[in-house]
Design a protein around this ligand. Structure first.
Ligand code: PLP
Length: 402
C-alpha cells in the first residue's frame, strides 16, 4: 500500500476522493484511519536542529510546536485543500474564526472592506465591532450587484472584497467571476464564505483568493463538532493568513480534526441524499398555497438560477421559504413550534432537520420580511425519510390556515 493514495481531482469522483484523501497508508500500523496526535511540545533531535526546524515553521507539515499543528491537523488540511481545489489550508477552531482570520490578515487601519449585505450575522458583528474600532471601514453592498455597480463602490484603499454565495438566510447568488475581476484590477483580495457550496462550488476556478468553510456543517455532519477552514490558492496568501492566525493563537483540537476527517468519509453520500431530499421538500413547498416563494438556488424559480446552473455542480439542503404576507410572525412561530421532526436551532449540515425563522440579517430593513415579501423560515433537511418530513410540514401548514 502506498503511504498516501494519490487522489486526482479530475480522475476520480467526489465520493472516491473523500473516501481516500489523507488516509495514513502504512503510517497507521495497517489501520484504515490515522490516529489522534495530541501535543504541545515537539522534541528536537539536538540544539542545532532546533534552529533549523524553527526556520521552516511555515513549510508544509513542519512540526515545530503544537500551535502550528500536528499530523491530525495536516491530514484534515490536505483533505480540505483537495476538496476546495486550493494550494493549502489552515484549520481553526470554528467557522467564525475562519471568517475572521483572513479578514484581519488582509486589512489594517485605514483600509476599506466590501461585505455583502446578506453576510453571515457574526461576520457583520466583527466588521461593525472590532474592525470598525481599529479604523477599518466597511461598506455593505447588495449581493446581486454587477461589475459596474461594484466598480462604483471600490476605493483606492479597498483591500478586501468579501463574498458569500448564496447568503445563508436569503439565498441570493453572487456573480463571483465578474466581481473578482473588478476587485483584482484594483489590487483587492477576494474572500469567499463557501460553506453552502462545499464541493459543489470550486472557488478558485471562479477567481476567489481565499475560501472559507464552516466544517461544523456538512463535513462534521453530526452536529457535534465546531471547526473552520481557510484555504488559499498560493503560498504567499497562505503565509499571510497563517501568520495572522498564529499571531492570535488560533488553534483547533486534534480530536475535532479527527471527527471532521471521520465525517468527511461519508459526506458524499450524505450530501447526495440531502441535496435530493432538500429539493423534494422545496418543490413540495412550491405547490402549497400558504407559500409565497421558495428561496432555493437550484429551483428554476430562483432569481439567479442561471448563475447556479453556470457555476455550481449541485446544492446542499439549506433553503428558505417565504410565506404569504397575511400570516404574521406569531402564527409562523406557532407553526414551527408545532413541528415534531424539525428542531429549532442555528447551524445546519447535520443528520437532523431544522427550522429557523429568518430574522433581520440585512441592513436594508429591520426584519427582512419587507425584502422577502412575507415572513420566512429557513429549513435544513437532514437524513430522515422525506415522506415523514413532508407529513410533519403538511400538518403544520394546515394548522397555519385554521
Ligand atoms: C455556521 C456558519 C459559519 C460559522 O461556523 P461556526 O463553526 O458555527 O462558527 C460561517 N459562515 C456560515 C455561512 C455559516 O453558516
Amino acid at each position: 500500500m502506498p503511504d498516501d493514495l494519490h487522489i486526482k481531482a479530475n480522475h476520480h469522483g467526489f465520493a472516491t476522493r473523500v473516501a481516500h484523501v489523507s488516509r495514513p497508508g502504512t503510517r497507521s500500523h495497517g489501520f484504515v484511519n490515522g490516529g489522534v496526535h495530541r501535543g504541545s511540545t515537539v522534541l528536537y533531535p539536538s540544539c542545532e536542529a532546533r534552529g533549523e526546524i524553527n526556520d521552516k515553521g511555515f513549510d508544509k507539515h513542519a512540526l515545530t510546536y503544537g500551535t502550528s499543528g500536528g499530523p491530525t491537523h495536516f491530514a484534515l488540511e490536505d483533505a480540505i485543500a483537495e476538496i476546495e481545489g486550493g494550494t493549502r489550508t489552515m484549520i481553526v477552531g470554528t467557522g467564525l474564526a475562519a471568517c475572521a482570520v483572513p479578514l484581519l490578515a488582509f486589512l489594517k487601519a485605514g483600509d476599506h472592506c466590501l461585505i455583502p449585505d446578506t453576510v453571515y450575522g457574526p461576520t457583520r458583528r466583527l466588521a461593525d465591532g472590532l474592525m470598525a474600532g481599529w479604523g477599518i471601514e466597511t461598506t455593505y453592498y447588495e449581493p446581486t450587484v454587477d461589475a459596474a455597480g461594484l466598480e462604483a463602490l471600490m476605493r483606492p484603499n479597498t483591500k478586501v472584497l468579501y463574498t458569500e454565495s448564496p447568503g445563508s438566510h436569503t439565498f441570493e447568488l453572487q456573480d463571483i467571476p465578474a466581481l473578482a475581476a473588478v476587485a483584482h484590477a484594483r489590487g483587492a483580495k477576494v474572500l469567499m464564505d463557501n460553506t453552502w457550496g462545499i464541493h459543489h462550488y470550486q472557488p478558485f476556478q471562479h477567481g476567489v483568493d481565499v475560501s472559507i468553510q464552516a466544517l461544523t456543517k456538512y463535513v462534521g455532519g453530526h452536529s457535534d463538532v465546531l471547526l473552520g477552514s481557510v484555504t488559499m490558492n498560493n503560498e504567499d496568501d497562505w503565509k499571510t493568513v497563517a501568520s495572522a492566525g498564529r499571531f492570535m493563537g488560533h488553534y483547533a483540537s486534534p480530536d475535532d480534526c479527527w471527527l471532521a476527517l471521520r465525517g468527511l468519509r461519508t459526506m458524499a453520500v450524505r450530501l447526495k441524499h440531502q441535496e435530493a431530499a432538500g429539493l423534494e421538500v422545496a418543490r413540495w413547498f412550491e405547490t402549497r398555497p400558504e407559500v409565497l416563494r421558495v428561496l432555493h438556488p437550484a429551483l428554476p424559480s430562483h432569481p439567479q438560477h442561471a448563475l447556479f446552473k453556470r457555476d455550481f455542480t449541485g446544492a446542499c439542503s439549506l433553503f428558505g421559504v417565504v410565506f404569504q404576507p397575511d400570516y404574521d410572525m406569531a402564527r409562523i412561530h406557532a407553526m414551527v413550534d408545532g413541528l415534531t421532526l424539525f428542531g429549532i436551532g442555528a447551524s445546519w449540515g447535520g443528520f437532523e432537520s431544522l427550522a429557523l425563522p429568518t430574522t433581520g440579517y440585512v441592513t436594508r430593513t429591520a426584519t427582512g420580511a419587507e425584502v422577502l415579501g412575507g415572513p420566512a423560515v429557513r429549513f435544513h433537511i437532514g437524513l430522515e425519510d422525506t415522506a415523514d418530513l413532508i407529513a410533519d410540514l403538511e400538518a403544520g401548514l394546515v394548522g397555519l390556515s385554521r
